[in-house]
Each structure stands twice: as structure tokens, then as C-alpha cells.
Design a binder for this molecule. Structure first.
Ligand SMILES: Nc1ncnc2c1ncn2[C@@H]1O[C@H](COP(=O)(O)OP(=O)(O)O)[C@@H](O)[C@H]1O
Ligand SMILES: O=C(O)[C@@H](O)C(=O)COP(=O)(O)O
Length: 425
């Protein structure tokens, strides 16, 4: 029976946390939305941890809160007693939410008063020092996250980002206290000014995260990126990862809806190596079905020409490809691209695709939902925060078991679109 329940605000974040939990000895299942928890599923009953994947990061705050609280109740009904709210290591949010409103609501639902806020994930270059969030060498607001199409991050001070989003006080614990150990952090969290607060805690390496995890082991709720899970210990060290669903040579495709800097570098690298087609926003707006048929036809022809080179369907190669202003009366580009890539995934699975690498959190949410997957089983790791996962999916042409890699926009090496497949061999 699972005892640890996690709620992830996007799908790449859910597999990011799940791969970390497996590595820490938790048999872990990702559930696609709270409704996937309502069924008697032996995979869920046998798990030590369940991560609910939501597409709530950019939803209206009320919707994100309702989905998250519903997920909490479903996880409780499964037996979970400790909870982890997973958000982005770059704190992707707006002044209206959703990190603050969801954290407040989860605390209220649990009858708890305080928690920690820990976006640090050193394995992927995210660290927090003196309350400032760094992405590798850059402050968050000087990193490419400044120009994210949905959640542009224009400040690096986590307290200042969070304060307008929450009804609770926001406090901080500095690295000096963390370096004094778990008892010192516990004592700081017990001080009156942090008793009802959301406390941002500095962490620049995995030892700091282990100290924070130890100091909060009796908290009903912790919040952060996947890094905080470094300090957790599950009951099954060496927990098995699931075997691939596909075999080498099975049709594969890369669907990239992310505009993030790492994805753009990965697209640039792949353009010389893989058959590639960029989504044409004007064509999709003029004739969605026709434009879709062009894209999926291109993928099918690519499989026929060379099954060893997965086609790449991508949205953005250059920052200028990001549409700044939606033409009057038109569907916003972000929704259009998500809808198009989700539809491509459905059609291509029906045409035989068994390996899908999806770049982008929102994009992954759209694709996995369109494929009707209910749970994801963690498979072979690809890179920090990125893993293969196995899912049963449906499509009009026929479904079955597929391998999915949901890659956060900013994760993965430059060659990931050409090398990730090696982990399935
Ligand atoms: N040309 C474009 N103009 C505007 N938005 C776009 C464009 N191409 C893609 N997008 C949108 O940008 C968003 C990227 O978010 P996401 O998929 O979460 O990627 P990331 O993981 O990099 O944040 C998606 O909603 C996607 O549809
Ligand atoms: O914590 C992280 O950085 C990731 O797990 C994550 O949430 C990434 O989000 P996207 O970049 O939107 O995929």
C-alpha cells in the first residue's frame, strides 16, 4: 500500500519525481490525474509511492486548487499519509499562482500549518542561495526562463515570487543553518515566525537537500522540485524499473512543443540528423485536419525511408518563432500547438508508433491525456529528471503498450533526441 503521495503540477515533473523516487527505493507509479486513482489497480496497491500527474501549472488558480485537493483526497483513500507537492525547479508560476494557492489548500486540507519550499535541484543546475534561485550560473530572471511563453520568470527571489500567491507568511532559512544540520533546521522551523509560514530553504547541493528532508520527515506536506526527494528513503532499495514495451526498430517519434533553451538546442542538433518538420501555425489555423495529415504523413514516410531515424515534429527552433500576439479571433498558439501535437501522437500511435519522446511539460500533458493513459510505470533513466516510462494507450487505429519519455523543456543533453533510444535497447 502506498504511504507517500505526490501531486505534480505537470507531467514532465511527475516522471521527474517518479524516477528520483524509484532511485531512492520507492516502488513508484505515476497516475494520470486523480480519476486514475479511483479504480482497483494492483499496480497502485503494490506501490510505495504514487505521483499524480496534473496539467495544473498554468490552469486558473481555482481549477489547480480543486484538482490538487481532489488528488490529495484520492491519495489519502489509497493509504498515503505523507504528501509531496512537486512544482518546477524554476518555480514556474505567476503572481496569481499556482504554487501558493495549491500549497495553501493542501495545508488546509491536511490540517497542517507550515511547510517548506525547496525548488533546488542541483543535479540539473538549480540551486537556492540567500533565497535566490539560480539556473546553473544565472539568476532565474537572467536565465532563458525570463522569456518562457506561459510563465516568464522575471525575479529570482523565491520569497518575492511566492508572497503574492499565498495567504500565509513567507519565511526563509539560510544555508548557514542548513549546514548546521537537521536539528538546526528543525529548531528554525519551530520558531514562532515560521509556525504558520511557507519557508523557503536554501540548498546548493544534495547534502543540503538530505538535511532538509531529515528535518521535515514528520511534516505531512513538503513542497519542492524533485531534488528534495534525494533525502527520502523508501522501503525497497534497488526497486525495479519496468522493462521497455517496445523493441529496437519499432516506429518512434519526437514531438517537441517546448520553446525552452535546452529544447531549442536539442532541435538544432537533431535538424542535421533526423527527418524534421516544423509546425506551421498559419497552416494549422487555416486547415487543422489537412496540416495534421501533412505532419503525420511526413512521419510515416520517414519511418518507411529509414526506421532507424525517428522523425522530429517541432514547434520552435528560434525564440522568434514564439508568437507574441495572437491574431484576432484565432486560437492562441500555445493551445494550437498542444492540440496539434496531441493529435499527431494519437494518429501516429494508431499507425504503429511505440516510442514517443515528448519535449515540454504542457505538451506532455496534452499528449498523454490524448493517448488516454491512466498510469505510467517508470522505466530506464535517460538523464537527470528524464526517464522512459511505459503506458497502455488508446488511439483510433489501435493502442497498446508504448514507451514514453516526457522531457522537461530545459532538461537533457543536446543530443537527447538521437541518443535517448539507446536506453530502450
Ligand atoms: N510558436 C509558438 N508560439 C507560442 N507558444 C508556443 C509556440 N510553440 C509552442 N508553444 C507553446 O509553448 C508552451 C511550452 O510549454 P511546455 O510544453 O511546458 O514546454 P517547457 O517544458 O519548455 O515549459 C506550450 O504550451 C506550447 O504549445
Ligand atoms: O522541476 C523541473 O524542472 C521539471 O520537473 C519540471 O517541472 C519542468 O517543467 P517543464 O519545463 O515545463 O517541462
Amino acid at each position: 500500500m502506498p504511504t507517500l503521495g505526490a501531486i505534480a503540477d505537470d507531467f514532465t515533473g511527475a516522471t521527474d519525481l517518479a524516477t528520483m523516487l524509484v532511485a531512492r527505493g520507492f516502488r513508484t507509479v505515476v497516475a494520470v490525474g486523480p480519476d486514475a486513482l479511483g479504480r482497483a489497480d494492483p499496480a497502485l496497491a503494490d506501490a510505495d509511492a504514487v505521483v499524480v500527474a496534473l496539467k495544473s501549472r498554468t490552469a486558473p488558480a481555482g481549477e489547480a486548487v480543486a484538482l490538487s485537493v481532489r488528488s490529495l483526497e484520492a491519495l489519502r483513500a489509497l493509504g498515503c499519509r505523507r504528501f509531496y507537492f512537486k512544482y518546477c525547479s524554476t518555480f514556474d508560476s505567476t503572481p496569481r499562482g499556482n504554487i501558493g494557492p495549491v500549497t495553501d489548500a493542501l495545508l488546509d486540507a491536511l490540517g497542517a500549518r507550515r511547510t517548506v519550499v525547496v525548488p533546488s535541484f542541483p543535479a540539473t543546475g538549480r540551486t537556492v542561495y540567500r533565497g535566490r534561485l539560480f539556473v546553473h550560473d544565472d539568476l532565474l530572471d537572467e536565465s532563458p526562463m525570463r522569456r518562457h511563453p506561459l510563465t516568464p520568470m522575471r525575479d529570482a527571489r523565491v520569497e518575492r515570487l511566492l508572497a503574492p500567491q499565498t495567504g500565509r507568511p513567507v519565511a526563509r532559512i539560510g544555508l548557514e543553518t542548513v549546514r548546521d544540520g537537521a536539528d538546526a533546521v528543525r529548531a528554525a522551523l519551530d520558531e514562532p515566525e515560521r509556525a504558520d509560514a511557507l519557508t523557503v530553504v536554501d540548498a546548493v547541493d544534495d547534502r543540503d537537500l538530505a538535511v532538509i528532508a531529515a528535518a521535515t520527515e514528520d511534516f505531512p506536506l513538503v513542497t519542492g522540485a524533485a531534488g528534495l526527494a534525494v533525502g527520502l528513503r523508501g522501503p525497497h532499495p534497488g526497486a525495479a524499473r519496468t522493462a521497455p514495451a517496445s523493441r529496437p526498430g519499432d516506429p518512434a517519434v519526437v514531438l517537441a512543443g517546448s520553446a525552452s533553451a535546452a529544447t531549442r538546442a536539442q532541435v538544432a542538433h537533431a535538424l542535421d540528423r533526423l527527418p524534421a518538420r516544423r509546425l506551421d501555425l498559419a497552416a494549422l489555423r487555416a486547415d487543422f485536419t489537412g496540416a495534421l495529415a501533412d505532419l503525420t504523413g511526413f512521419a510515416r514516410e520517414s519511418w518507411a525511408a529509414d526506421p532507424g531515424r525517428p522523425p522530429l515534429l517541432y514547434a520552435v527552433a528560434d525564440p522568434d518563432d514564439v508568437e507574441k500576439v495572437t491574431p484576432e479571433g484565432a486560437e492562441p498558439a500555445s493551445e494550437l500547438v498542444e492540440r496539434a501535437l496531441a493529435a499527431c501522437a494519437r494518429t501516429l500511435v494508431g499507425a504503429g508508433a511505440r516510442r514517443l519522446l515528448v519535449a515540454g511539460g504542457e505538451t506532455s500533458g496534452a499528449v498523454v491525456s490524448a493517448l488516454g493513459a491512466r498510469t505510467l510505470a517508470v522505466g530506464a533513466p535517460i538523464a537527470p529528471g528524464v526517464t522512459w516510462a511505459r503506458a497502455e494507450v488508446a488511439s483510433p487505429g489501435g493502442g497498446g503498450a508504448v514507451d514514453l519519455a516526457l522531457k522537461s523543456g530545459n532538461f537533457g543533453s543536446t543530443d537527447i533526441f538521437t541518443t535517448a533510444w539507446e536506453q530502450l535497447a
